[in-house]
Design a protein around this ligand. Sequence first.
Ligand SMILES: Nc1nc2c(ncn2[C@@H]2O[C@H](COP(=O)(O)OP(=O)(O)O)[C@@H](O)[C@H]2O)c(=O)[nH]1
Ligand SMILES: [Mg+2]
Length: 283
Amino acid sequence: MRKINWYPGHMNKAKNQIEEKLSLVDVVIEVLDARVPESSRNPVVAKLTDQKPKVIVLNKSDLADPKLTKRWKNYYENENTVVVALDSKHNSKLPELLKAIKKASAAKIEKLTQKGVVNPVIRAICVGIPNCGKSTILNRLVGKNVAVVGNKPGVTKNQNWLKVNQQIELLDTPGILWPKFEDPEVGMKLAAIGSIKETVFQFDDVALFLLDYLHSFYPKQLDKYLNTIDFDENLPELLMTMTQKFGFRDDYDRYSYHFIQQVRKLKLGQITFDYLKEVSHDD
Ligand SMILES: Nc1nc2c(ncn2[C@@H]2O[C@H](COP(=O)(O)OP(=O)(O)O)[C@@H](O)[C@H]2O)c(=O)[nH]1
Ligand SMILES: [Mg+2]
């Protein structure tokens, strides 16, 4: 598998920036793409935020396989982590997320209340890789409350906080992270879902990856899409046949691009690209 080099450099700088921001917040909202929860997760941030109450958002769940989303939710949930699946594009309010933030910060609120703080405010930040939906979520949460709460003396320099409601404030700039670099398959998956620039990968590489993945995990959907075309173990041959049968003559590259688009547009159904077998907390 050819390796995709999608976000060169700046890794350490980003890590330091995130670390700095994390020190300012009570709760971390880690946004993942529900179609690729593990592949859109940054292992460094998972570690950096280990000790913080956390909300994991499985965003774009409207595009993901609901069965798998349930499994991933179950997989990530623990006493420090509340997980919610969201479609933040088509919902103007995100009450489940507010509830999750409250739940994750319950201990902190309790502590502040015991200290005598009258209306404790919880501070949160959205973090995640580019394109996972951080800005969309931030806008949904803040809604019309775009008022900048302003700098808090002693807490932060040059950081603006946005008011979500009486109890929650959100850092106005999300933390941007990088996905795993080492694993070429992660690159293929992120290319498949449209999260990395189209200039850094070959369409046929990604189309072939998709055929292989769909054949293994979503054979029925693939068969239905192939219609009268018989599946061919020789995937480049199959892709060529598809190119011709679907009216793209011998334009393998253009059809590859079209096929990727079809998958993104759910023409093969809701697909999750990080597969997870049934899990239970007793395992
Ligand atoms: N289908 C779907 N699209 C979403 C969802 N959330 C965000 N998007 C889209 O994903 C793209 C990237 O979102 P954005 O908020 O800019 O991501 P950011 O780079 O993390 O800030 C935009 O086109 C959004 O409309 C979602 O839950 N479902
Ligand atoms: Mg953004």
